[in-house]
Design a protein around this ligand. Structure first.
Ligand code: CAA
Ligand code: FAD
Length: 379
C-alpha cells in the first residue's frame, strides 16, 4: 500500500495552493461580504485546466485522475469554498455526467466548452418539494415528438446565473415513477427559461445559488441524455462522484481553519507564553489534526477507488459524511482558538465556519449519506 502522491499530483497540488494564495485569498472577505461571484478567478481556473480536470483531452479536458482533482479541491477550499464549489459542480457533476453518459453530439457541442473552461455548467435536480426525496420530481418534460416541453421550478441551483449549460432532471412518465425520469441539456436563453433572484446565504456567499423557472421550454430531443427513463440513474451515478468532490471541499475547509489556528496558537500569548503551550489548546490542535488526517484518508481512498475503476459509492458517501462533520467540528474549534479575534471577519475562520455547514447539506445531506451507507453495508 503506497501512501505517496506522484510527481505530477504534487505539482498539481502546488499549482492549486499557489492559485489559492495568489488569486483567491485577496478579496475573499469582500466577495463573501458582498455575495460577489468570483468571475475573474473562475475564468483563470478554466485557463489552468481546473474546470475539466478529469475529462479526456479529446473533449478539451486535462485528462487527469480523481486523486489530482481532490487535491485541487482541498487546496482551493482552504481559502475560498465559494470558488471551489464552481470547480466541483463543473467537474464532477456536469462534465462527468456528459462525458460518461452523453452522446457524441452532446460531447462535441456542450462538453468541450465546459471542459476547457470557456463556459460553466449547472446541475439541476432539487426542487421546492423534492430535495432529499429526489424521486418526487414535479418538473415535467412532455414528449412532443421531436422535442420535449419542459415545465416546472428547480431551486438552490449552484452556478444558477453564471452557467451557460444546465443539466435538468424532469419527469416524463409519472406513472413509471423514478423510471420515467429524464435528464436534459438546457441552454441559457432558451425561450421560457428564467432565472430567479440570488439566495442570501449563511455561507458560500460568493456562490450564485438561484431558482430556475421553466415555462413551456422546448428542448430538442437530441438534448436528452441517455435512453428514455435514464434520468434518475444518471443523477445518482453522477452524484456518486460529486460527493467525493464535496468531501474534498469539506476536508479543505477543515484544513484551512486548522492551519490558521495552528499559526495563531504559536504567536498569541496569554499568561506569559504562547497559547499553544497551554495543554487545553495543544490538545484541541491534536484532535483537529487527527480528525483531518482521518478525513483525508477517506477522501483520497474514494478518489483512488474511482481511478481504479472500482466501486466507490460507499467510500464516497463515507468520505462526505465524515469530512463534512470534521469541517464543522474543526472550524468551530478554530474560532475558539482565536478567541475574540476568531469572531471577526479579517481572521478568516468565522467564514470557514459558516462555509463548512453547507457540506453537510448539499449533494445529499448527512442523513442521506447515512441512508446510502447503511443500505450498502446491510445489503
Ligand atoms: N447508482 C445507480 N442507481 C441508483 C443509485 C446509484 N448510486 N442509487 C439509487 N439508484 C437507483 C435504484 O437502484 C432505484 O432504481 P431501480 O428501481 O431501477 O433499482 C432508484 O434509483 C431509486 O432508488 P431508491 O429506491 O434507493 O430510492 P429512494 O427514494 O429510497 O432513495 C436516495 C434515493 C438515495 C435518497 C436519493 O433520492 C438521493 O440521493 N437523495 C439525495 C439527493 C441529492 O443528493 N441531491 C443533491 C442535488 S445536487 C447538489 O446538491 C449540488 C450542489 O449542491 C453543489
Ligand atoms: P429536505 O429534503 O427537506 O430535508 C430536511 C431535513 O430532513 C434534512 O436534515 C434531511 O437530512 C432530513 N431528511 C429528509 N428525508 C430524510 C429521511 N428519509 N431520513 C432522515 N432524514 C431525512 N441542488 C441541486 O440540484 N443542484 C445544485 O446545484 C444545488 N446547490 C445547492 C446549493 C446550496 C447553497 C444549497 C443550500 C442547496 C443546494 N442544492 C442543490 C440543494 C441540496 O442538494 C438540497 O438542499 C439537499 O439535497 C436537501 O434537500 P432539502 O433542502 O429539500 O431538505
Amino acid at each position: 500500500m503506497l501512501f505517496q502522491l506522484s510527481e505530477e499530483q504534487l505539482m498539481i497540488q502546488q499549482a492549486a495552493r499557489d492559485f489559492a494564495q495568489n488569486e483567491l485569498k485577496p478579496g475573499v472577505i469582500e466577495r463573501d461580504e458582498h455575495q460577489k461571484f468570483p468571475a475573474e478567478q473562475v475564468k483563470k481556473l478554466g485557463e489552468l485546466g481546473f474546470l475539466g480536470m478529469m475529462v479526456s483531452e479529446k473533449f478539451g479536458g486535462s485528462g487527469l485522475d480523481a486523486v489530482s482533482y481532490v487535491l485541487v479541491m482541498e487546496e482551493l477550499s482552504k481559502i475560498d469554498a465559494s470558488a471551489s464549489v464552481v470547480v466541483s459542480v463543473n467537474n464532477s457533476l456536469v462534465c462527468y455526467g456528459l462525458e460518461a453518459y452523453g452522446s457524441e453530439f452532446q460531447k462535441e457541442k456542450y462538453l468541450k466548452p465546459l471542459a476547457s473552461g470557456q463556459q460553466i455548467g449547472a446541475f439541476c435536480l432539487s426542487e421546492p418539494e423534492a430535495g432529499s426525496d429526489a424521486t418526487s420530481q414535479q418538473t415535467t418534460a412532455e414528449d412532443k415528438g421531436d422535442y420535449y416541453l419542459l415545465n416546472g421550478t428547480k431551486n438552490w441551483i449552484t452556478n444558477g446565473k453564471n452557467a451557460s449549460t444546465y443539466l435538468v432532471i424532469a419527469q416524463t412518465h409519472p406513472d413509471l415513477k423514478h423510471k420515467g425520469i429524464n435528464a436534459f441539456i438546457v441552454e441559457k436563453g432558451m425561450e421560457g427559461f428564467t432565472i430567479g433572484p440570488k439566495e442570501n446565504k449563511m455561507g458560500i456567499r460568493g456562490s450564485d445559488t438561484h431558482s430556475l423557472m421553466f415555462n413551456d421550454v422546448k428542448v430538442p430531443k437530441e438534448n436528452r441524455i441517455g435512453e428514455d427513463g435514464f434520468g434518475f440513474k444518471f443523477a445518482m451515478k453522477t452524484l456518486e462522484g460529486g460527493r467525493i468532490g464535496i468531501a474534498a471541499q469539506a476536508l479543505g475547509i477543515a484544513a484551512g481553519a486548522y492551519e490558521l489556528a495552528l499559526a495563531y496558537a504559536k504567536q498569541r500569548k496569554s499568561f506569559g507564553k504562547p497559547i499553544a503551550e497551554h495543554q487545553a489548546i495543544a490538545f484541541k490542535l491534536a484532535d483537529m489534526a487527527t480528525q483531518i488526517e482521518a478525513a483525508r484518508m477517506l477522501v483520497y481512498k474514494a478518489a483512488w477507488l474511482k481511478d481504479q475503476g472500482l466501486p466507490y459509492t460507499l467510500a464516497g458517501s463515507m468520505a462526505k459524511l465524515y469530512a463534512s462533520k470534521v469541517a464543522m467540528d474543526v472550524t468551530v474549534e478554530a474560532v475558539q482558538v482565536h478567541g475574540g479575534y476568531g469572531f471577526v471577519k479579517e481572521y478568516h475562520v468565522e467564514r470557514l465556519m459558516r462555509d463548512a455547514k453547507i457540506t453537510q447539506i448539499y449533494e445529499g445531506t448527512s442523513e442521506i449519506q447515512q441512508m446510502v451507507i447503511s443500505r450498502e453495508i446491510l445489503r
